[in-house]
Design a protein around this ligand. Structure first.
Ligand code: FAD
Length: 470
């Protein structure tokens, strides 16, 4: 019986895993995960990865298999391991992240030299990004026609059940997960993450089932309300491939419910696809503005303002609530991500790359594609971006999307006793109201670190200075 190596990356699951199915078809499978420093995995993602791998190890063990863990340069480790176990082939899911593409290139060359096959399977995405082109063979720069092309062409695979048994394929030895130091200690800041998430394939499936049973039917109406659990919470599971995009799509298509809700949800899955597509075609998406004139943006430098934003101490409640939700749970509601990002790059005029990096470190769903594409979208420098001059007013956004203040009260408890009327703009409250609510501006809760009207004008002036520049 031949032996194959299954190189797991962002596909940490057994069901609906085409690379695993193909590897089994060919012989006994040795699954390996390589922790590669080139991945630059952020803090919250490292926490997630630890638990996801622990779940996967247990899932393999329950079927008679064993997940091998190795640490270092994946492009060197994978071919060496394949040779060591006498593998006839290496199977993996296709990846779109720049570092993995580079690793794939090196692995492919090494395996070819060794006469070992290297097969990559569509896994993380609906399409290989190179497959979606405009009618003239070009690259889409705008979401809507891209999404139409996806809707027209996508046919999810039929389900691939998880294998019942896996024959052991040798034991080359590897690291112990606990030795990787992925979990935070001193301080252990992961309490809120533990309370919020169950990483792993079973957790992903449970999250999808819960959403379909409750939330999905009202998705189009509730997805913008951060005070309501109106979205799926699938993003970290999708990022690590604990559930297949095909499985989520199939389930959403089959679930009972209003079509408007379903269509809105499917369109969000295509935003994820669009981000990956952009990253594929623009590998430096996280650092370089897609619109060249934004390179000349006169960004400010202010370590104090950046720190206030990062720690939810800006004095603008919806912004602070979002940044604290991120810090405490490793996740932030999409509407609030847009508000806090807009506040950073526009009202504070700080570079979007600083926000991207903070999100990358703090998000459990940190994704090279979705994070960078979204930051560029908000900053105005990205593909099909929001026009720069459309500047979110965080007070109006708060009043519109958190009208009863449930979200702000949860994450900014020190102003929870303010009446709704002033909750999103405490500085407008008369002194007697503040006192009645136990709020002392500048002491128990900060005054705004920027005057919203002045910040807006400053941003517009900065934008005017670069518009017209090629
Ligand atoms: P749902 O509303 O249930 O949507 C279902 C799935 O669709 C999500 O799990 C996600 O995979 C995808 N999706 C939804 N909205 C978007 C979107 N706008 N762009 C791309 N995919 C989307 N998403 C990430 O997965 N990782 C990131 O690092 C990330 N960074 C972001 C940074 C900023 C500044 C902004 C504005 C958005 C970012 N997003 C990111 C997109 C979006 O906020 C999250 O995908 C969403 O909030 C995840 O919650 P959910 O799973 O409940 O989403």
């Amino acid at each position: 019986m031949a032996t194959t190596l299954l190189w797991l990356r962002n596909d940490l699951r057994l069901a609906d895993n085409p690379a695993l199915a193909a590897a089994i078809e060919e012989g006994n499978v040795l699954p390996v995960f390589v922790l590669d420093p080139a991945a630059e995995t952020g803090g919250a993602s490292r926490w997630w990865l630890h638990h996801s791998l622990a779940a996967l190890e247990a899932d393999f063990a329950a079927r008679g298999g064993r997940l091998v863990l190795r640490r270092g340069d994946a492009a060197a480790i994978v071919p060496a391991l394949a040779r060591e176990i006498g593998a006839v082939a290496v199977h993996a899911g296709r990846a779109h992240e720049p570092w993995l593409r580079e690793a794939d290139r090196r692995v492919a060359a090494a395996l070819q030299e060794a006469g070992i096959g290297f097969h990559r399977h569509r896994s993380a995405l609906m399409f290989g990004p190179e497959r979606i082109t405009t009618r003239t063979g070009g690259v889409y720069g705008v979401y809507t026609p891209f999404s139409r092309a996806c809707f027209d062409a996508f046919a999810p695979r039929p389900p691939i059940p998880a294998p019942a048994r896996l024959a052991a394929a040798g034991d080359p030895g590897g690291d112990r997960l606990g030795d990787w130091g992925l979990l935070p200690v001193k301080p252990d800041w992961a309490g809120g993450l533990r309370a919020s998430w169950t990483p792993g394939e079973a957790g992903a499936r449970a999250r999808l089932d819960a959403f379909l049973a409750d939330g999905f039917g009202e998705y189009d109406r509730q997805r913008d309300l951060p005070g309501v659990a109106g979205t799926s919470g699938l993003s970290p599971h999708l990022h690590w491939g604990e559930i297949a995009i095909d499985a989520v799509w199939r389930a959403a298509v089959a679930a009972p419910g209003r079509d408007a809700a379903r269509q809105t949800f499917l369109k969000e899955l295509i935003w994820r696809e669009f981000a990956a597509y952009l990253l594929w075609h623009t590998p430096d998406l996280a650092t370089r503005p897609m619109k060249a004139q934004f390179a000349a943006m006169p960004w400010r430098e202010s370590a104090a303002d950046l720190a206030a934003w990062q720690h939810g101490r800006t004095g603008v409640p919806i912004v602070d609530a979002g940044m604290r939700q991120l810090w405490q749970t490793g996740w932030m509601h999409n509407r609030v991500r847009m508000i806090v990002a807009s506040f950073l790059v526009k009202h504070l005029l700080l570079p979007w790359q600083a926000g991207e990096r903070w999100f990358h470190d703090c998000l459990v769903d940190a994704d090279a594609a979705s994070n960078a594409a979204s930051w560029q979208w908000v900053a105005g420098s990205g593909a099909d971006a929001a026009p720069y001059f459309r500047i979110f007013n965080p007070v109006l956004q708060g009043r519109k999307f958190d009208p009863d203040g449930a979200y702000v009260r949860r994450f900014v408890p020190e102003i929870a006793n303010l009446p709704d009327k002033y909750l999103h703009a405490p500085w407008e409250a008369p002194e007697i109201v503040l006192r009645g609510a136990g709020v002392r501006l500048g002491a128990s809760y900060p005054r705004p670190i920027v005057d919203l009207a002045e910040g807006r004008e400053r941003a517009l002036a900065a934008f005017a200075a670069i518009s017209g520049k090629a």
